[in-house]
Design a protein around this ligand. Structure first.
Ligand code: SF4
Ligand code: SF4
Length: 258
């Protein structure tokens, strides 16, 4: 399978910190809009994309910052420090992340650790069910995406998502991008629409791994959950993992090694 081999190659380079295929903002700009959205032979194809986050590896604020800023800078996520914050990937404490884990006495380091959160690209996404315009939908490869042009800003999806994974643009997000370089290869959004993590579908389309995976230096593994030989399945087979709010039946595609 050419596509899987290609992906594993990217993942291997990432582990070594030599990701020549990395879509850093500057490089992406040079590639241009057309390249970023091409879905040709280079595209990585999967039956069900999923992710495993090794939370033990995130032991400093710098490690979180590297991942969060890689995603937010590339995707032109506005930096708004208020209740109107827009976020695609963020961190919080154990009880804020795993709200249904109330039954035990977690180890001190587990309780004190911070945890990354992002859209879970659920198999049964509540957000998709409630959207009146099909502005959000689940692709055949499991990625839950947004069509910003179809979004009417009703925010039903935000109310339905049990993970707080969606943000609403109360204001024009472009007004908050002044202080840093704009990545012209990724579209900015407009006031009145909802946005969230795309699992970097635009990068998968050109044979590249998600940015948070690249920036994590091996602490986040991404791959095809349908492929028993994929890295992500191997990591799941070798480690105890949990998901957020598993009892809701949403079937998150993001797993956590605790
Ligand atoms: S985490 Fe929320 S926004 Fe993401 S697919 Fe699941 S229900 Fe939808
Ligand atoms: S998969 Fe891509 S869009 Fe989603 S959190 Fe990671 S870098 Fe951001």
């Amino acid at each position: 399978m050419k596509n899987r081999r290609q992906f594993l190659k990217v993942a291997g380079l990432s582990t070594l910190g030599l990701a020549g295929g990395l879509a850093l903002p500057g490089m992406a700009r040079a590639a241009g809009l057309k390249d970023s959205y091409r879905s040709g032979q280079e595209a990585l194809k999967g039956g069900h994309w999923g992710m495993v986050i090794d939370t033990r590896a995130f032991d400093s604020p710098e490690k979180f910052e590297a991942v969060i800023s890689a995603c937010h800078k590339y995707h032109n996520v506005p930096a708004i420090n208020s209740k109107r914050e827009v976020k695609w990937i963020w961190k919080d404490g154990y009880h804020q992340t795993f709200t249904d884990q109330k039954d035990n006495y977690p180890a001190k380091d587990v309780l004190e650790r911070k945890y990354l959160m992002l859209c879970n690209h659920c198999v049964n996404p509540a957000c998709v069910r409630v959207c009146p315009t099909q502005a959000t939908f689940r692709r055949s490869d499991g990625i839950v995406v947004m069509d910003y042009h179809r979004c009417i800003g009703c925010r039903f999806c935000m109310a339905a998502c049990p993970y707080g994974a969606r943000s609403f643009n109360f204001e024009d997000p472009r007004n908050f991008l002044e202080d840093r370089e704009l990545n012209v290869s990724f579209p900015t959004r407009m006031r009145g629409v909802v946005e969230k993590c795309t699992f970097c579908s635009e990068l998968l389309a050109v044979g590249k791994a998600p940015l948070c995976v690249e920036a994590s230096e091996g602490a986040i593994v991404f791959g095809d959950l349908d492929d028993p030989a994929s890295d992500v399945r191997k990591v799941l087979a070798e480690n105890f993992t949990i998901r957020r709010k598993p009892t809701l039946g949403t079937e998150p595609s993001v797993y956590y090694i605790i």
